[in-house]
Design a protein around this ligand. Structure first.
Ligand code: UDP
Length: 238
């Protein structure tokens, strides 16, 4: 059994630990939740366990579709073993329906369908508030090469197609999501970080009820129940 050795990084929702494998790290999922660039903080009970279980199912589904990720295996109810990567400082967003910051910025009614998936990049930099940028900015900032940017866009659109289908099967609309990529020690670009209700907008197909972190951001209540519901439905998939 792989053990956590030394904590090397603590983020808002997760901790990273070294382990006996040189090429891997253990990711520990916490209950802490933050929003609005860390201004709003709370604990969501069992969130760490729920996001560990939810992202495990999603990483396995992506592997079945040959999408490369950092995920190796789930060790226990809060820890995952993942390949060590150097994170590319971009937040990559896909929007299938308009919501959140895009609805606000462009004054579009939340829930308006996008005619095709909208691909967005933000520069991962807390001091700047993760500003929206385009591929030319990303290149100019040295965040990624031309080739890496092309790989990232292609993988992101593939991930969107897999996730739309997966969630459709369990009665959920994938409104939008944020992902991150990293480069492995052997130079491959892989999906890194997590995919969970912390990083996606999930709406029930019938009722349009929000089943994601917007319940926390917008004080809608029943946050833990929403995460539980996502896990319950994903668990029905074979
Ligand atoms: N998102 C995220 N982390 C962030 C910002 C956004 O995971 O720091 C996710 C968010 O959950 C949503 C998508 O990215 O699924 C698009 O978010 P948006 O730009 O609308 O920002 P928000 O309204 O969350 O500020």
């Amino acid at each position: 059994m792989m053990e956590k050795l030394q904590m090397i990084y603590e983020g808002k929702a997760k901790q990273l630990y070294t382990c006996e494998r040189e090429d891997a790290l253990i990711i520990h999922y916490k209950d802490d939740a933050t929003a609005f660039n860390g201004v709003k903080k709370a604990q969501i009970e069992h969130k760490g366990e729920l996001n560990n279980a939810i992202s495990t199912i999603i990483f396995n589904a992506l592997h079945k579709h040959d999408i490369p990720t950092h995920y190796i295996e789930t060790l226990n109810n809060r820890d995952q073993l993942c390949h060590k990567v150097k994170i590319i400082p971009l937040e990559v967003i896909i929007r299938n329906l308009i919501a959140g910051s895009m609805a606000k910025r462009l004054d579009i009614k939340e829930g308006t369908p996008a005619p095709r998936p909208i691909y967005e990049l933000c520069y991962k930099n807390d001091d700047l508030g993760d500003p929206l940028i385009n591929e030319d900015h990303a290149f100019a900032l040295g965040a990624a090469s031309e080739e890496d940017l092309a790989t990232i866009k292609k993988l992101t659109l593939e991930i969107n197609r897999v996730l739309i289908d997966l969630f459709d099967k369990i009665g959920i609309i994938l409104v939008d999501f944020k992902i991150e990529f990293g480069r492995t020690l052997d130079g491959r670009i892989v999906l890194a970080d997590e995919i969970s209700p912390d990083t996606c907008r999930f709406w029930d197909k019938e009722t349009r009820k929000k089943l994601d972190k917007d319940r926390f951001r917008r004080d809608l209540g029943n946050v833990e129940d929403a995460y539980q519901e996502i896990l319950k439905r994903l668990s029905t998939l074979k």
